[in-house]
Design a binder for this molecule. Sequence first.
Ligand SMILES: NC(=O)c1ccc[n+]([C@@H]2O[C@H](COP(=O)([O-])OP(=O)(O)OC[C@H]3O[C@@H](n4cnc5c(N)ncnc54)[C@H](OP(=O)(O)O)[C@@H]3O)[C@@H](O)[C@H]2O)c1
Length: 272
Amino acid sequence: MSVPGMISSVAWKTLGRAFCIITGASKGLGRTLAHQVACLLRPGSILVLVARSRLLVQDLKEALEASTEGRGLTLLSLAVDLGTKEGVKETVRVAQEQATENIDHMLVFNNASSLGDMSWFAGSFTDLDEVNSYMSFNVSSPLALTTGVLQAFPSRSGLRRTVVNISSVCATNTKLFWVLYCTGKAAREMAFRVLAEEEPDVWVLNYSPGAMVTDLQKEARAFTADVELCQSCCSMNAEGQLLSCQESGAKLLQMLLDGDVPSGSHLDFFDD
Ligand SMILES: NC(=O)c1ccc[n+]([C@@H]2O[C@H](COP(=O)([O-])OP(=O)(O)OC[C@H]3O[C@@H](n4cnc5c(N)ncnc54)[C@H](OP(=O)(O)O)[C@@H]3O)[C@@H](O)[C@H]2O)c1
């Protein structure tokens, strides 16, 4: 068994009897992770699928119920807006309601994110409400949600606690016109790095999934004012160079099962 925050020598075979939350589960990487995670859960696990689109998370829940029938999993769909206080509160309430000593792994995937307006230089952002609203969903919300769930599952012997932050190369690299996204990803990653240092029994990973075929990627191509970047993303898409969510999700889950990187690390799909 690996020790959270430490290098382990023994890989996990499953994610255990887990309480797992995936935000942004209605589509893209989050939806794929839900399918992949479900395959790795032991009987008695609870998987909570969170996004705004009620129909899409309900549809995913039903698909997973069918594909995991007889495996003793509980699937819950939660249609909330994580950009609001109420949405975060409701997600934490579900965690509190489901908290039980039978769980041996608490796992949160902070996957939901938005691009923000990418048509202007940083010098144009004079509207404090617009910036605050972006940071509220992309930085404050994953932090508050994670700490709320950690409090619902306090440290105890036999309980692993894992937190994944879906990050981006934009957490460390600048991109013209992407001031909101870059700032949000950098701040979010720093929040999770501090959490890793402060809570040594929590294993925290920041994972940059690579450019994938998703709606967010399509939106980036359509709306960025950076013509060169737009052209490069368009040609990657046309030449089939974008990753599939399956490829990227599988790499993340393999890293979670291997359990051999220090807490707080920034991992990238393209890491060896
Ligand atoms: N795609 C890429 O090339 C790429 C590259 C690097 C990093 N990433 C990162 O990977 C993660 C997943 O991205 P993706 O490409 O899969 O994005 P996506 O296809 O746009 O999916 C985003 C998910 O977030 C949910 N969401 C958006 N706003 C929400 C809100 N206010 N409250 C609750 N849920 C909300 C969406 O569902 P609803 O609309 O139903 O709420 C959806 O399920 C993100 O953190 C992104 O930054 C992506």
